[in-house]
Write a protein that binds this ligand. Structure first.
Ligand code: HEC
Length: 188
C-alpha cells in the first residue's frame, strides 16, 4: 500500500466509525448547531433509555402523581376528597404536572417517535397542554379545574395509544385509571 492509500483507508474507517457510533439503533443525528441550544447539538442528547422505561417510569409515574391527588369518593359515610390537604401536597401535585409537561418533549427526541406521522407530535403537544393546565390549576389549588385537567391528560394518553401502541389494538390500556371510580363532584 502506498502512503496515500493508507491515509485514504484510515479516513474511510474513521468516517464509518463516526456514522455507526453511539445511537444504539436510533436515528443518526447530525452534530449541527441548533439556534438557541448553545454549544449543545442534537447529537448531544442522551436518548439510550428505552422507550418503555420512559413511558412507565417517567410519563406514567408522573401522571399518577397528578391523578392520585384528585377526585372525590362518595360512600355511605359521605364525600371524601382525594385532593391534597397540605401546602406540600399541592406542591407535589404541581411538580408531577410540571414533570409530565417537560417529559412530553422527551417523546419527540431523536429516535423516540414511533412514526413520522405528524399525529405523534400533536399527541405529545396534547399531553403538554393538559399537563400545563394541571400545573397551573394545582398552583391555584382550584380543585375542579385540576380534576378536569387530569381528565385531559388521560385523553392525551389514550389518543396516542389508540393510534400508535401496537399492544392496545385500538383500545385504551387496561391499567390506566378507571375514571368511573371517580364520582363527579357535588354542584358547587
Ligand atoms: C405520543 C404518544 C404517546 C403518548 C402521548 C403517551 N403514550 Fe404511553 N405509550 C405509547 C406507545 C407507542 C406505547 C407502546 C410502546 C411499546 O409497546 O413498545 C406506550 C406504552 C405505555 C406504557 C407501557 C405499557 C406496557 O405494556 O408496559 C404505559 C404504562 C404508558 N404508555 C402510559 C402512558 C400514560 C399514562 C400516558 C399519558 C400520561 C401516555 N402513556 C402517553 C405512546 C404514547
Amino acid at each position: 500500500m502506498t502512503r496515500s492509500m493508507i491515509a485514504l483507508a484510515l479516513a474511510l474507517a474513521l468516517a464509518m466509525a463516526a456514522c455507526s457510533d453511539n445511537s444504539g439503533g436510533a436515528a443518526v443525528v447530525p452534530a449541527k448547531p441548533v439556534e438557541g441550544m448553545g454549544a449543545a447539538t442534537l447529537a448531544d442528547l442522551r436518548t439510550d433509555t428505552a422507550f418503555l422505561d420512559v413511558m412507565n417510569h417517567v410519563i406514567d409515574y408522573n401522571a399518577w402523581g397528578v391523578w392520585n391527588a384528585q377526585g372525590w369518593i362518595i360512600d355511605k359515610d359521605g364525600i371524601h376528597e382525594l385532593f391534597p390537604t397540605t401546602e406540600a401536597g399541592w406542591v407535589a401535585a404541581e411538580s408531577a404536572a410540571f414533570t409530565l409537561a417537560e417529559a412530553s418533549n422527551a417523546l419527540m427526541l431523536p429516535g423516540r417517535p414511533r412514526s413520522a406521522d405528524k399525529e405523534w407530535v400533536e399527541f405529545s403537544h396534547q399531553l403538554y397542554d393538559a399537563a400545563k393546565k394541571a400545573q397551573e390549576t394545582a398552583l391555584r389549588q382550584d380543585k375542579q379545574a385540576f380534576f378536569d385537567a387530569g381528565g385531559e391528560i388521560y385523553q392525551a394518553c389514550v389518543a396516542c395509544h389508540n393510534r400508535f401502541s401496537p399492544k392496545d389494538g385500538g383500545k385504551p390500556m387496561g391499567h390506566l385509571p378507571e375514571l368511573p371510580n371517580r364520582t363527579p363532584p357535588p354542584n358547587q
